[in-house]
Design a protein around this ligand. Sequence first.
Ligand code: PHE
Length: 448
Amino acid sequence: MSAPRGQFSSNIGFLMAAAGSAVGLGNIWGFPTKAAGNGGAAFVVVYLLLAFMLAYPALMAELTIGRHARRNMVQALRGISTGPVSRFFANLAGFGGIVVASLILSFYAIVAGWMVAYLADPFANLFGMSGAAEWLTGNSTARNLTFTAIFSGMTMLIIAAGVEKGIERWSTLLMPSLIVLLLLLIVYVLTQPGAMTGLEVYLMPDFSHLSPELLIAAMGQAFFSLSLGVGTMLIYGSYLSRQESLPRLGALVTLIDVGIAFTAGLLILPAMYVAQEAGTQIFSETGELIAGPGLILQVLPALFDSMGTAGLFVAIAFFALMVIASLTSSISMLEVPVAFTIENLGVARRIATPLVGLVIFAISSAIIVNFDSLFGLVVSASTEYGQPLLGVALCVFAGWIWRRDQLLAELQKGHEDIKQTLFWKIWPWYVRIVCPLLILAAFIQSVI
Ligand code: PHE
């Protein structure tokens, strides 16, 4: 038998960890820029609908399976399988989740590494080290390898400390800091000239953008943002006590995730228009708002530069926010393969963590060295193919393969009056039929 499993010490601890996983670069960078490019509030509305109608039910599938099995994704899916065929698919989906979580981490750590380098940059400027500052913001392979290594090292340190002392402790510390930083930045940016134009672009709905593409973009964003499909939420659920109500906690995680994504839009869009007011180009040659790396690595830094000394502190706050958001997400990704290594291979956490972490860092390094050919490929294989397909698999396991009475019994734990709720009446068939069909339909649309 392996060592005793970790467990979150309280529901707040779980909430901070799961919300920490959900809230990441996807919220602060992905959501606002997708909204800006897809009709502003029209996208926001569709996103809200999809988050609650599709992502939340899928999240509940992961949390329920995880808490019931109290094991990693491979063992959890095997445990609820009922025959050789479902067992085969359990292995396929279980290992698929571990591979996809690792691949997401391998590119996420590179982007997060940029954030760490840009956080170090204002400090270098404060101390008059202009050569160092230039290196930090120059896009060299050495810089990228160094900072991906630093970020991966931080992720490993937290995961090596375990569920309660690592994941829970750091998420509980970092998530409130994230919210404070975000709010402070919003207050500052909204007082700058140009901010209101940005707010308008963000909040005025342009429903002419409504299209299948918008739906697919919103669904992909919701899946990525709630960390679905790859077993992060499953494994966090497996560390959750049976005294807590799953539907309530899942709804809170969804609310926090959506709330912070929406709030981040109040920062990013106004900041872009403030940058424009200060003379920075914010539209690409094709006339679209710059949304890719250019936004975070050029537009916003140019804005901070134009703010003089205050800009140094704003830059520190902004990139600290990005690093915090990334870190509480990256730990949840690393926990997926680490939990598997601990539970299936019987390796101790302190050894499993650096072992798995180094393998993933090796993948990141390969991506950095072949950036142009590999980065986009890994992003799209993991998030456009891996996540939706695994999401379907998890809904099928929860809805069709897992014995109904066990599923319902698990939901009742920690929520005695659940039979009176709408959730009880809708979710069990919804996760069976509507979720997999909707995800599949959107997936097929996007692939075609
Ligand atoms: N939800 C995270 C974000 O929004 C990304 C993530 C994806 C985390 C998959 C874990 C698993 O940035």
